[in-house]
Design a protein. Sequence first.
Length: 475
Amino acid sequence: SSAWARVVWVVCAAALAEAMTATSPAQLGKPFRPELEKYCRLEPLSLQELKEVKDLLDSHGTLDVSRAKCKDKDGKFTGPFSASAANTKGEHTGSSMFGSWLRDNCIIAYGLFLTDPDGQGCEDSKACINSIATFLLTHEAHRIELVLGGHKDVKGAPETWMDRPHIRFIGETGLEDTKWYNHKQNDALGYFMWTRCQLALADKMPLTGDHLKLLGQLFDYLRVIECWDDYDAGHWEEHSAQHASSLGPCLAATRAFATLMQKTGFLAPCRSDTLKILELKLSSSLKEILPNEVIRPAENAKDADSALIFLCYPLDVVDDAMGASIMERLAKCMGQVAMARYRKDSYWCKDYKEKIGDDPTKHFTDEELKERDALLVPGEEAQWCLFDPMVSAYYGKLYQKSKKPEHLKLQQLFLSRALAAITGDDCEFGAWMCCEAYYLHGDKWEPNDNTPLVWTQIDLKMALYEMEQSLLVVA
């Protein structure tokens, strides 16, 4: 009978879904928002369903980054974004998450430009990048010149790290934050230069005058400190090492700038062989390290780090074969809710606030990190929400190129995981929000204090954009 056939079909479909989940590189759990359950699946969405998802998120302000816009004392937008937007418990004033990081802001700016190239998104992107350039020209150019002239050695002990160009500033005023901070983060400089070049290559923000001079200065700085062999703090601002995820943005910036100079006919305002040396040395170091994140020093070695997804997307600085190797490694970081930054990561480990104290954003020296790392029980690492959207977007770019159905299904899987992590009604910071991470509080996975995280918001925005591009290919 038709009723019996229907029962058989349902049973078979459920078995197929279970089998697909079992063979998938990552789990797909039940979403925290029941309204999103029909869209959190393994089978690709239709264009209509994607529109429904976007409309649903828009109606709840899930992807609204305007709350994180930094404003001056008169309430005027100053250009950059704070790391964490205001949530239902109020702003993060007084917390370091209210600062403006170059890394976060440049990824935010690129995402705004990518997803809204002819609208307000692009205008906000340009304002953001201009504010960073102004900060660097006003407060950091002299630091760079001291290094270029051999008057400052910034590769020494922690007290020298403040002598590097600062990678975080006070967004409301455009001033330096004078508190000690680990500013040896070459990836942040690379992201700024790369994003600035993307806006110029798209003819949205011509690269001339002071901005052109600044980029030339920064490329010479990366050369002088030998960034390809520099033990910096990486994306996670910890564990001094030679990080592949720091080399990637610097190489992407080098290539984008060389392309721009060729397009415009400008002479690069740096030493005549700087770009060639950076291309050669950075490429060689990355070839040696990848798909690992760190091989030197051995004590800080990491064979898998979720920061490497950014080398695949949006930086596009690795070929497809290496991208596949990185994805294979990142399976080690994939959890039931989201992805660990890396295994044995103690930041936001179980009951973090009870163990660390009242300031969950406390910054650590290398020695202090060893004490924090001792608190971790393996398997209790926080699961971060900014990676699944980027994995989805990367598989989307692969699908748009290859037209292979398996790439589209993987794109859908990781988009589903990203949507499933949007906060439920029991989140103390508010519902329908993009978290920084979920951590174990007791025996329950809960959003950490840095909710909503603008970086996660913009990553999900880019993932939805790439899904639309893929579905247009299907159509």
